[in-house]
Design a protein around this ligand. Structure first.
Ligand SMILES: [Zn+2]
Length: 91
């Protein structure tokens, strides 16, 4: 099936009405024609979702590493603290 859409997607002029449009815009604000095919729209949306997911995983890993460090630090600190208390109480 041949595509009716024009070749120059990345230009900043609407291929239908010639008005200025934002580069990468999905729809012309002047004439309302769709400037990207549904496949291209889906790819663009998937790209945004994938990058968001990637960011979320990275932040979760960062939080987990932070909690592990805090947990280990607390474990050692609590061990030292109980030793100090035992020493104080035991003497
Ligand atoms: Zn237009």
């Amino acid at each position: 099936m041949a595509r009716k859409t024009p070749q120059s997607f990345d230009s900043d002029h609407c291929p239908y009405c010639g008005q200025n449009i934002l580069t990468g815009a999905m729809r012309c604000v002047s004439c309302g024609k769709m400037l990207k095919t549904p496949e291209e729209q889906k790819a663009a949306i998937d790209h945004v979702i994938a990058s968001r997911k990637k960011f979320r995983i990275a932040s979760v890993i960062r939080i987990m590493v932070f909690l592990i460090i805090i947990g280990v630090a607390y474990y050692f600190f609590a061990g030292q603290l109980s030793a100090v208390i035992k020493k104080l109480l035991g003497s």
